[in-house]
Every structure is written in C-alpha cells, then in structure tokens.
Design a protein around this ligand. Sequence first.
Ligand code: 7TS
Length: 387
Amino acid sequence: MVKPLVYLDNAATTQKPQYVIDKTNNYYEKMNANIHRGVHALSQEATEAFESSRIIIKNFINALGKNEIIFTRGTTESINLVASSYGRKNIKEGDEIIISTMEHHSNIVPWQMLCAEKNAKLRVIPVNDEGEIIFEEFEKLINEKTKFVSIVYASNSLGTVNPVKKIIDLAHSYNIPVMLDAAQAVNHLKIDVQQLDCDFLAFSGHKLYGPTGIGILYGKVNHLEAMPPYQGGGDMISKVTFEETTYNELPHKFEAGTPDIAGAIGLGAAIEYIEKIGLENIAYHENLLLEYATKAVSDLQGLRIIGTAKEKIGVLSFHFENVHPHDVGTFLDFEGVAIRTGHHCTQPLMRRFNVPATSRASFGMYNTIEEVDVLVNGLKKILEVFG
Ligand code: 7TS
C-alpha cells in the first residue's frame, strides 16, 4: 500500500504552493519573451513582471534600493559572486577571512579557493557542544589582518540561529564587511538588511517555497558599485567595442545573459504567498513542531540530538548509536517519511561532532503534529528492528 507522503526535508527544498506554480506557468503561457531588450509589448510585459519581483524582494528584506538586489542561481552562486568579484579585488596576500565551523560547503569552498589564489588565510570560529558559535573565540580571531567575515545566519545541519547582529557589529568596529548566508533563515526569520547592517546577504528561492535555479544576492550599493562584474555577456554592458567595454548600471552589471525569468517571477509570488500567511506565524508553527518533535525523540534509546542551541529554526538532526543514518533514511522512506540523511554539505561540522552523518528532519509551514507522530513512530520501529 502506498503510504501518504510525510515530507520533512524542507531544509533541502520546500514544496511549491499552487499560487507559485500558477504564476510561473502564467509567464510561459501568457507573456513568454526575453526581458530588457524588446520594444514589443510582450517583452515589456515580461520585463515588468521580472522587475516587480525585484521590488517585492527588496521590500521583503528592506533593502535601500532595488539596485541592491541581484538575481543569481541561488545561495551558492551569490557567495561565489562575492568571493570572485569583491574577494579578488580586495583580498591580498596574508589577509584573513573568517567563517565558522557550521558553514555549508558553499560558504567554505569559494573562500578557500580565493585564499589559495591570493595566499590568504581562512580562519574558523569553533562551535560548542550545543552547536553554537563561541563568540569569545570570534573576538580572539578577529584582528587587523581580517578582511572579510562570512557567516551562516541559521545552520542547515544543526538549526542554530547565530547572533549575526553581534557578529556584524564587532566586525564593523574593525571596518570589516560581513556576508550572511541566509539560505535557511529567510523562511523563518524576518530579515531587515538595514537594521542588521550586513554588507552582503545570500539566499535561494527554492527553500522559500519558490522555484529552483533562482536566488538573491543583496549587497550594499557602495560595495556593488566598486566591484568588478562577475560574468561578461549580454545585459551587463553599456557599450561594447573591440577595444573596450563599459558596464551597465546596477543591478544589471551583475546579471549577464538571459536570467531565469520565470524563476524570478515565481520567487516574487512565493514571497507574496508567505507574507500573506505572515513569517511570524510560520515561525511560530515551525517552533511548535520542533519543540514537539524534540521532546518526542528525546525518550528514544541511543538517540543523540546534534544541535541543541537555545535559538533554533525547525531543524532536528540526530544520530542513533547503533543504526547508520542511511538505514534510518531508507527505513523511514518505506514508512512514507522523507528526511535527509548524510553530511548535509557540512563535512567539517560532522567531524566536529564525531559523527559520519546525521538524520535530519526539517519542518515547513505545511507540516503537522500528526506528521511528526508518523516520524516518531517510524523511529520507534527502527529501534525495534535494529535496537
Ligand atoms: N547555505 C546553506 C545554509 C544551505 O542550507 C544551503 C543548501 C546552501 C547554502 C546552498 O544553497 P543552494 O540553493 O545554492 O544549493 N542546503 C541544503 C541542505 O541542507 N540540503 O540540501 C541543500
């Protein structure tokens, strides 16, 4: 018998509301045309829909202007853009870049590549046994050689919400810019980039109930103005001759080529959808599920929760003493429960907690207490079989 799907892999990607799917389809069905180039009505309509999404996103994170909102393929590309463009221009031999132990590979590898190229050094803030950044260690790491800080706002593997405002304020007291990886934060926490005063912020559409292949880089206008383009091509230029090219104004300078137009429109729709429900209501609901699930699994024999920070998003990672996470994932799949097992693209963090991998349930706005019960009953069955 096919069991009803219990989808608890929202940190990997969320399911899409019908409203988002309809808005995306509507672009292909009713207004498919390339943007920023045609004088014809269809192209203008598509351009308007695409650019209205940019304004929705600007308002969503309270950026100062829409020229600070760059469409990318996702968090990964946004971080790579900053590492390549800002990083190559500003990081010199002997400089230091600070990240933390709980970073996703996409906030490690681009900085490592930059450090290798520039002979710079990557410094790493350790985390405590609860999975929280040790702030005093950050205070010790930061010095006159530090030239950039890039930190995850909320951890995909632990659920930890980091004290990013404190991190930004300290870094700024040394005049050091800070980038936030907000991939897991935007769908739980209200983000106000002006209040946070972060220099850059990245997130992906697909974790925010929007389409895959689209994401955002927010950057303060003064940084973006001073940065060289990331890729060359159409749309990012103002004038091209074989001798010389001058670049388009922001944000187009960083958007070479035809973008994911439908994706951008879908992301705008996803934000409209979320705002109708209210981010604080979503967070409240997910916190209830997290609390309920945490309490329910705490009684299971041999189960260790990885990530017990005081402030968390709806992510529950755990490790069974005698059962490999992949067996947990496969067994739960038979029960119709989708969770993720593995290192979650945070291998150094797995090493820190001395586990090869974890099993991770992550909650979205549509999950229910009954679904958490199905998960917990599945885990109990696993204990009966393997225990
Ligand atoms: N940063 C964090 C904190 C993430 O959780 C992810 C994706 C990324 C960056 C990269 O995002 P992308 O959209 O560019 O791929 N995290 C996960 C996850 O936890 N399971 O699958 C993808």
